[in-house]
Write a protein of this length. Structure first.
Length: 177
């Protein structure tokens, strides 16, 4: 299940989107300010951020830059700021999409799905500074030394990395493999 951080200060819209996205099988971490969003982002494994431009404690542009410095995850602006220069600023700070209010919820769903698909395609490499795995080429190195792994071992590693905060039982691993 993918986790979405939703930063929207308008309470009714925040609650409505949270309910809607949960019905679409996303886990939603909701925040009303950048400070709350920052705490959630550091605490949870977030897969995508839905971000308003105008928040009570600052501009979403700065928070988007902050997010992109830490992790390359999809950020979609969801905002009433519809001027061309606002949209350009959104993309210039690293946003993957920029949606202006009012918007159609089914279109938002498709844009979220597309952003998550693109992000998943980029996750073909893992590098923690010591272990480097290229899942596309099926190569691995530990401390700069090449490792010989079977295709099943690559699938197992990819599954464990993708579910790093989830307890994976033997049964679940066997089902997924």
């Amino acid at each position: 299940m993918k986790t979405i951080l939703l930063l929207e200060d308008e309470r009714a819209l925040n609650l409505g989107l949270t309910c809607d996205l949960e019905l679409e099988n996303y886990r939603v971490c909701s925040a009303f300010t950048i400070a709350q969003g920052r705490r959630i982002f550091r605490k949870e494994k977030i897969d995508l951020v839905l971000l308003d431009r105008s928040l009570p404690d600052g501009d979403g542009i700065l928070f988007c830059r902050e997010i992109k410095k830490e992790r390359n995850i999809p950020v979609i602006f969801l905002t009433a700021r519809d001027m061309e220069e606002d949209e350009i600023a959104g993309f210039d700070c690293g946003a993957d999409d920029y949606i202006t209010k009012p918007f159609k919820v089914p279109i938002l769903h498709r844009r979220i799905q597309a952003a998550l698909r693109r992000a998943e395609a980029e996750e073909l490499c893992y590098d923690d500074g010591h272990l480097v795995i290229d899942f596309k080429r099926l190569t691995a190195a530990l401390g700069g030394k090449s490792l010989a792994l079977t295709p099943t071992e690559y699938r197992l590693l990819r599954l464990l990395i993708a579910n790093e905060k989830t307890v994976m039982t033997k049964r679940l691993l066997l089902e997924k493999l």
